[in-house]
Design a protein around this ligand. Structure first.
Ligand SMILES: Nc1ncnc2c1ncn2[C@@H]1O[C@H](COP(=O)(O)OP(=O)(O)OP(=O)(O)O)[C@@H](O)[C@H]1O
Length: 314
């Protein structure tokens, strides 16, 4: 449904997006996560046909974004990360304006606009001036605008940015409804946990490059090569520390402060080598009481990907 092939964008000599290869199938909600300046908006603007790539190509619903931009625009709804100024419009008029620019007749607009206002919980605000709406309401109105021509694909650039927790939840609920309607959605954020909950797949982008992609659990599993383990022993701390320090796949062994008999270390091995480690510790008569793998939360996962990328780039 959305395909990019070596998509690259240079601003002068600066490369904002480099050899980006994405393949997003129909009905998927795909989250693009990356820090400020990672290249998310640039990528989304190219997909929305608002900017040409320097090289590489992209296809939406089989249409080439550079050769068939008009066809692409018919199948996509784009929500930019910046909301313009529309001081002369009321919410409903604003949607009429965009509906008309997509060629919808008055009758079509009168049918679809109340449905959209309902979907984004703005029915009660249809006569309010756009500029007087709260940020969350403006974002939702902007989403309604992106949906006016019933596009199959949604390109949503940080739709939840700057929203308070309640408004974020509201936005998330609307996106869930859109997913249930079968839309294919590409959505960006710089907060991984925020995307994880609603996305089928995630791509992590750093300095314009895709550094990890897959389902949330695949990305987590990939990073479990650096899991943290805490073992509890009922004595012989020094011998236990020496034992774990002597193991190849164990790193940074330390005694947990205030945790009686607890030793913490990083572990690079697979699940089976973790089993082998436990067996070896038992055979070495380490007085084991517990062996606990610390789950990483998604924010840790994201920071770890970034650290790995930095180390590789050095
Ligand atoms: N018109 C431009 N001219 C020159 N450089 C640009 C231009 N637009 C963006 N950049 C640079 O390209 C890089 C990627 O920017 P982009 O806006 O795509 O990032 P982003 O991931 O969307 O960031 P944010 O989360 O802050 O919106 C940044 O370093 C930015 O400064």
């Amino acid at each position: 449904m959305i395909e990019t092939v070596n998509l690259t964008k240079k601003y002068g000599s600066f490369t904002a997006v480099e050899d980006l290869n994405l393949s997003i199938s129909e009905g998927t909600v795909y989250g693009v996560v990356g820090q400020n300046g990672a290249g998310k908006s640039t990528t989304f603007q190219i997909l929305a046909t608002l900017m040409s790539p320097t090289y590489g190509s992209a296809y939406i619903s089989g249409f080439d974004i550079t050769k068939e931009p008009a066809k692409v625009r018919q199948v996509i709804g784009y929500m930019p990360d910046f909301f313009g100024v529309y001081d002369q419009f009321k919410a409903e008029e604003y949607l009429h304006f965009y509906g008309a620019s997509y060629g919808l007749s008055v009758a079509e607009r009168e049918e679809v606009i109340p449905q959209l206002l309902e979907l984004v919980n703005l029915t009660g605000k249809r006569d309010s001036y756009v500029d007087l709406l709260s940020r969350g309401m403006k974002q939702r109105l902007c989403l309604a605008r992106a949906l006016i021509h019933n596009p199959k694909v949604l390109i949503l650039d940080e739709p939840a940015s700057g929203l308070d927790p309640r408004a974020r939840v509201e936005m998330r609920e609307i996106l869930k409804e859109l997913k249930a309607m079968g839309k294919t959605i590409i959505i960006s954020s710089h907060i991984l946990p925020e995307l994880a909950e609603m996305c089928d797949e995630i791509g992590v982008i750093n300095c314009g490059q895709l550094v990890a992609t897959g389902t949330v659990s695949e990305i987590q599993t990939k990073l479990q090569v650096h899991k943290e383990i805490i073992v509890t022993v009922s004595g012989e701390m020094e011998r236990a520390v020496r034992f774990f320090e002597g193991e190849l796949e164990v790193l940074n062994v330390s005694v947990v402060e205030n945790g009686v008999g607890k030793i913490q270390f990083g572990f690079r091995g697979s699940d089976s080598s973790q089993q082998a480690l436990i067996k070896k510790a038992v055979l070495a008569d380490i007085p084991l009481l517990g062996f606990q793998t610390l789950e990483k939360n998604l924010e840790d996962v994201f920071m770890e990907i970034m650290k790995e990328v930095e180390v590789e780039g050095e």
